[in-house]
Write a protein that binds this ligand. Structure first.
Ligand code: SAM
Length: 282
């Protein structure tokens, strides 16, 4: 049974229609309205499953103007399912304004989970998966893209990116130059589809492989990059920052720095630098 006045955020398949969940199908057929990123695209999915619910377009360009109308509809007790073209809405997809405005208006918002390319890729890539950072699409132009990668160079967690086929080579080139050609990575291509491919290797080797195997440049990609391995020194420095943060609230800077150095074994001048940056942050 559906709860009236609820917004359901429904994940749809990223290639294989069998990944549509039974719960998602039931909700799509029972709601008063399906708000879809692209009604023609979602129409195919709905026809395949024999769903005849009314659809309305809500995409990047009209999301803000459509939202008040949809929120009123929800507040009047109607139910809406929101879907995007593929995968989980709001993950590099529209929907944020709708969900935010619905919550602010006191409307119940319910996730109906299912496929998500980033998570599917992570679950089978064989890279550390206990902690990861989802970065979505890198910037389209090289200079801001390189700047974005620079900021992530020291990241210890596995990095996950989406990339379109016409930028995959350029992105891999910039990744190789900034994260280093020897950094381990995985390309997850055409997930859940006929030509699904996982390829592991260094960033340089992956790029060379794509240059050679031109047919592999087509389709949809998730790029996963192993984080910079965390050394014992990294862990000790992190601990020193934690200790300093506690002490600095209670003691004069020089005493806090001196005690943090004694407790953690990290050099005083390094801790003093942290203390200064903490002060700057206010
Ligand atoms: N909301 C979607 C999700 O949950 O994954 C992502 C939407 S985003 C507009 C589309 C991007 O997701 C593609 O350019 C690609 O990077 C990635 N993607 C989607 N489907 C994929 C698939 N079957 N295989 C690999 N990557 C995919």
């Amino acid at each position: 049974m559906l709860t009236p006045g609820t917004l359901y955020v429904v994940a749809t398949p990223i290639g294989n229609l069998e990944d549509m969940t039974p719960r998602g199908l039931r909700i799509l057929s029972e709601v008063d309205l399906i708000a879809a990123e692209d009604t023609r695209h979602s129409g195919k999915l709905l026809r395949h499953f024999g769903i005849h619910t009314r659809t309305e377009a809500i995409h990047e360009h009209n999301e803000r103007s459509q939202v008040p109308k949809l929120v009123e509809f929800l507040k009047a007790g109607k139910s809406i399912a929101f879907v995007t073209d593929a995968g989980t809405p709001l993950v590099s997809d529209p929907g944020f304004h709708l969900v935010r405005a619905s919550r602010q208006a006191g409307v119940r918002v319910v996730p109906v989970p299912g496929a998500c390319a980033a998570i599917a890729a992570l679950s089978a890539a064989g890279l550390p998966s206990d902690r990861f950072v989802f970065e979505g699409f890198p910037p389209a132009k090289s200079a801001p893209r390189r700047a974005a990668f620079e900021k992530l160079r020291e990241e210890n967690r596995t990095l996950i990116f989406y990339e379109s086929p016409h930028r995959i080579l350029e992105s891999l080139r910039d990744m190789s130059e900034i994260f280093g050609p020897d950094r381990e990575a995985v390309l997850a291509r055409e997930l859940t589809k006929h030509f699904e491919t996982f390829r592991s290797g260094t960033l340089a080797a992956l790029r060379d492989w794509l240059v050679r195997e031109t047919e592999q440049q087509l389709g949809e990609f998730v790029i996963l990059i192993q984080g910079l391995p965390r050394t014992a020194q990294d862990a000790a420095e992190e601990e020193a920052r934690r200790v300093l943060k506690i002490l600095i609230d209670e003691l004069p800077i020089s005493q806090a720095v001196s005690l943090a150095a004694q407790i953690t074994g990290i050099k005083k001048n390094k801790i003093y630098d942290y203390a200064l940056s903490l002060k700057e942050e206010g």
